[in-house]
Design a protein around this ligand. Structure first.
Ligand code: NIG
Ligand code: FE
Length: 452
């Protein structure tokens, strides 16, 4: 006999199931971002890591919410007994799956989609706590970079670090963000800045993808800064990115995306255009760093090349909003970077009022945002960008899922999506989560239906 042992998980006693979207919704824009659909007193069923059913507990059988043993049998109970029959009837599943059921009591908390962090640099060596002192003393990000610190400092450290050690350090951060509720993460290269070291970083990202339960997407950011050996020869470095790095990255299939730091003092619009044109030959979709330090033209060149997202946008004008209108490109803002560097926060509210979507991400990196706490990002979205809790929630889930190309499988409570979920302690409202932003409300994180 060839049995298929499917693994089934039932979450019951859900106070509020939040972030429900119909199948097929890939992003929310403008006024669509104002609401978060919820069911009170809910249950959710996971099979083989995928959401297969959810609904109001009252639809399953009386007594289900407060004492599931009456309705479906708590814990490891024999198949087909008592309320599990009721539950099976309500969830339309076959008998053979019912024998392997795990029950999770949400104890009246929220169940919501795990955060999607569509912009990070979490593969790096060591840290830059020395520059932290310079920063406190008053040096700007640009001044630190101009002194040979910043990204080049991280590149030197990374060069000295073995692939195994880099993986070990990065996995510590991966565990850190998973425990804080991140269910999908985009990770960039860009601290290599030589062919070999960029490949080393991307191989580490691939290894994380293969070994961590979080969903990972890899982004090749060779054009993060000009490598030390090319100082004063920026155009030749761009040639290296186009003619050596990109072909090698593509040959090994190491990148889902390509990125360029298109900003004052880094790469120009023309150089960005050149790199994106080359990436298009390999079929690699761009995501762009733009308008962090100055209005750079990076948004427009990104949109021109069909970028999936343009990120930072601390500085924007109406021209950027017009360029983004009707495009496939997700404007993504990184409030943790604004917070840490003390630079302006992006005008997320203005974008939404203009009918555009907005995503938020952490930018977790050693120089401008040494935190991958997406709940803090959601809180900054509210506190510093004046997004409503619902807008900020949507920006950190479905829209950030879109910004890393995973909104077909993640970012909402939808049948068929991966069960990457957060279960909170009982909290009074969705607003409480960003409002009481240091209170540890996350009770459990599930990735692929498995409790972390
Ligand atoms: O997104 N802005 C460019 N890159 C990163 C910072 C990288 C670093 O300083 O190490 C960012 O902020
Ligand atoms: Fe970044």
């Amino acid at each position: 006999m060839n049995y298929h042992h499917s693994m089934k998980t039932i979450i019951y006693n859900i106070g509020t199931l939040a972030g429900i979207l119909p199948e097929g919704v890939r992003k929310l824009e403008g006024a669509q971002m104002n609401g978060v659909e919820c069911i009170e007193d809910a249950y959710l069923v996971i099979e083989d890591g995928v959401i297969v059913d959810f609904g109001a507990a009252s639809d399953v059988g009386s007594g289900f919410k407060n004492n599931p043993s009456h309705a479906i049998g708590a814990g490891p109970s024999p198949c087909g007994q008592g309320g599990s029959t009721v539950f099976k009837a309500a969830t339309h599943t076959s008998d053979d799956a019912a024998c392997n059921i795990q029950y999770i009591d949400a104890k009246g908390g929220f169940v919501m989609p795990a955060f999607c962090d569509s912009h990070t640099h979490i593969v790096y060596a060591g840290c830059r706590d020395g520059e932290f002192r310079d920063k406190i003393a008053g040096l700007s990000y640009e001044e630190i970079a101009a002194r040979g610190g910043g990204i080049l400092n991280s590149a030197d450290l990374l060069h000295e670090t073995s692939e195994d050690e880099l993986y070990r350090q990065a996995m510590e951060r991966v565990h850190e963000i998973m425990s804080m509720g991140t269910g999908a993460v985009e990770i960039k290269s860009g601290y290599g800045l030589t062919v070999e070291d960029e490949l080393k970083m991307l191989r580490v990202i691939r290894r994380i993808k293969e070994t961590a339960p979080v969903t990972v997407r890899a982004n090749f950011l060779g054009a993060h800064a000009v490598g030390r050996a090319y100082r004063g020869r920026q155009s030749e470095y761009v040639d290296l990115v186009c003619n050596e790095m990109l072909p090698a990255v593509a040959a090994e299939g190491l990148a889902d995306f390509v990125d360029v730091f298109c900003d004052e003092g880094f790469f120009t619009v023309e150089e960005t255009d050149r790199i994106l044109a080359k990436a298009a030959e390999y079929g690699i979709t761009p995501k762009i760093h733009a308008n962090e330090l100055e209005v750079s033209g990076g948004v427009q060149v990104g949109v021109k090349h069909g970028a999936l997202s343009v990120d930072h946008l601390e500085k924007t004008t109406d021209a950027e909003i017009e360029a983004l209108r009707g495009s496939v490109t997700m404007p993504t803002m990184l409030p943790g970077c604004s917070f840490f560097l003390g630079i302006p926060f992006g005008n997320a509210k203005g974008y939404i009022e203009a009918g555009l979507p907005v995503a938020l991400a952490s930018d977790y990196n050693p120089g401008s945002s040494p935190s991958g706490n997406m709940r803090f990002v959601m809180a900054l979205g509210c506190i510093r960008m004046r997004l409503t809790p619902e807008q900020s929630f949507n920006a950190c889930t479905i829209n950030s899922a879109y910004a890393m190309g995973v909104s077909d499988i993640l970012g909402s409570i939808t049948v068929g999506k991966k069960a990457n979920l957060i279960i909170t302690k009982p909290v009074p409202s969705l607003a409480f989560i960003p409002y009481s932003h240091q209170t540890p409300v996350i009770e459990k994180v599930l990735l692929g239906g498995q409790v972390l």
